[in-house]
Design a protein around this ligand. Structure first.
Ligand code: ADE
Length: 247
């Protein structure tokens, strides 16, 4: 899979591509990341990438021309593979695990990082782009959002994660939050590990984890449970949780 990130701030990415799972995916040859500095594609001697908005108002708007030229360089390199194009924007459709899974099937993805007041709207249809938001808050630019998208897609590429940490067991692969986890020592600063986890009884542990996953989800993200059909076991665990009331 190749990810091209079109940005006005290429320095943002130094370091972050050389750490953790993204580094491993690149080293294994399963992921290639290309940072495309939009400023390299400006045609005036000042390297102008933004301009005042038509109709007035605060803030500057990213110009279409350098973006299109930057994208065309990606297209030329990609050859027959037409990239899926995303534009980061607080106006976009909300990014989800399902969207990450869908992107994982693409061989070429281009992400345009938005900045300033926005991007000349004509860029969106010209690139055949989808606007994507990573949440209901405003970032100063789309670079952080593009790393979020890259990370969540890259870890789904077969072979990137080892079996033990396989993405299958994640929160959101199944739409429930994970149960709490603990590691040694058994007691830390007066806090102990729940006894059941030390019991060696796999069925008790499974049931405890299921209950805790449901409990967390119910208290923190009830929207993930409401309107969903539950197994008989989940339903009776959830009834118990509701009877306990607030944590
Ligand atoms: N740019 C600014 N805010 C953003 C957000 N929430 N998601 C994606 N891109 C953004």
């Amino acid at each position: 899979m190749r990810f091209s990130i079109l940005t006005l701030n290429p320095g943002f990415f130094s370091g972050s591509l050389d750490e953790g799972m993204i580094r491993i995916a690149r080293e294994k040859g399963l992921l290639e990341v290309e940072i495309v500095p939009i400023r390299d594609f400006t045609s005036d001697r000042y390297g102008t990438t933004d301009d005042y908005p038509y109709g007035g108002g605060a803030g500057m708007v990213m110009k279409a021309e350098p973006i299109l030229r930057a994208y065309e360089s990606v297209r030329r390199r990609a050859g027959a593979d037409t990239p899926r194009v995303l534009v980061t924007s607080p106006q976009g459709r909300r990014f989800t695990q399902g969207w990450a899974q869908e992107l994982q099937g693409a061989s070429e993805i281009a992400v345009l990082c938005g900045r300033y007041k926005g991007i000349d709207e004509r860029v969106i249809p010209l690139l055949g782009a989808e606007e994507v938001s990573i949440g209901d808050y405003v970032l100063s630019g789309g670079e952080a959002a593009s790393i979020v998208i890259l990370d969540s897609v890259a870890r789904l590429i077969p072979g990137v994660l080892g079996d033990a940490e396989s993405a299958e067991a994640d929160s959101f692969s199944e739409p429930l939050l994970d149960a709490p986890v603990y590691t040694r020592p058994e007691e830390f600063r007066g806090l102990t590990v729940p006894e059941v986890l030390l019991s060696g009884n796999h069925e008790r542990i499974r049931l405890w984890r299921r209950r805790e996953a449901l409990r967390r989800t119910w208290h923190r993200r009830p929207d993930l449970i409401l309107g969903r059909s539950l197994s008989d076991e989940d339903r009776s665990l959830l009834d118990e949780i509701k009877e306990e009331g607030e944590p």
